[in-house]
Design a protein around this ligand. Sequence first.
Ligand code: IMP
Length: 449
Amino acid sequence: MNSKILNSQFSILNSQLYHMSERLVVTGSQWGDEGKGKITDYFACRADMVVRYQGGNNAGHSVMFDGKKYSLQSIPSGIFNPKTVNVMANGMVVNPVSVIAELEKLHNQGITDYQLYISDRAAMVMPWHSMLDGASENLKGDAKIGTTKKGIGPAYTDKYSRLGLRMGDLLDPEYFAERLKAALEVKNMELKMYGLEPLDYQQVYDQYMEIAKILGPRICDTSLLIDDAIHSDAKILFEGAQGMMLCIDHGTYPYVTSSCPSAASISQGAGIAPKWIENVVGVAKAYCTRVGEGPFPTELFDETAHEIRERGHEYGTVTGRPRRIGWFDAVVARYTSRLAGIDYWALMLFDVLSGLDKVKICIGYELDGQEVMAPPSTIHKLAQCKPIYIEMEGWKEDITGCKSYDELPEAAKAYVRKIEELTGTKVGIISVGPDRSQTIMISESLKAF
Ligand code: IMP
């Protein structure tokens, strides 16, 4: 698609749609699966544009409204609002086969009217990526990362080794052919090394040229779209995937994903200047969960973990794996709040804690006989950290119908205030159930978005 034309058309659209200059970031602040889908969806209803800036179809966004559940993997959460422009930006790794499958599923659920654009500079997930992801996980044995096996790591690896193909290559068949041949020369050797069948050039070429026919019209320079939206006073929502403890730089390396979910990576991943990033909402569960391997200081192995898992339906959206459960970790929350400049917490699945006699919050770690207030850099040391807890009264009341902070039981309010005190960050949103309507908006400035 000619992005110049698209851009000017977009400008015309802008002048009719946009009302107020504001940008909002929704980023996961634990180990992913914090409920970002719901919060993003909440704001997406008001946003003119929703932008995904990292990750790929390793993410699982569940959105529930009007009694129906929708699952998204790589498509931005604004897809349900026909007026919202959805952007899959250059920082993502886009699996076009998965995008087409997601769109088909949405069509079957009645979602047929939407706007979706994909960056021509986004790295493309190719068939060998998931094969290599699975093979390298198998080879690692007990040391496996526990990846989603969607090929995310290998796709980012190819991007940085400059062997990758990009979505824009699909629009230029000759160039695509050249890049595919070059990549396959190396990748087929790697596949053979793992004892896997090499891929046939012609078959992959034909498959991707079919994909180009379907997705081609959606591929453009999305940084222009976003820039145009910024200068047209659009409301833009930047939607992070995964969580900051899975960040390639600041997470529990090597048990991390291959991108940076933080607000810090938006500028590069969306192709806009850092000065445009503002209003960061850190999404955090009222407890913690983690899928895959890696240290998890507040992990619980008792009946409480089972109770929380069942009540919170804590099973992976993408892989169906049971999630590991732990108490709220204020060390992690302080760390991610600092790194991403979180302005407000969205405290999710708060209703899941109802019914527990006591609730705990981790306020620090004990490491080598000393109290530490931030996660150490190595998982070796993190695994040795012993959580220091405070224990608070639980609450028995069902809070799923609460519409305001004031309606919450006193013990629940005390829990919220303690999180604010320990993290130095206000709780702006509380989620008390999966439906859109079960959302308590506390922050006036977030209400104004
Ligand atoms: P990958 O992103 O598939 O390479 O997986 C690397 C790690 O990130 C594994 O521990 C995954 O379980 C985890 N991970 C990736 N995406 C998500 C997500 O959306 N939610 C939670 N964990 C994730």
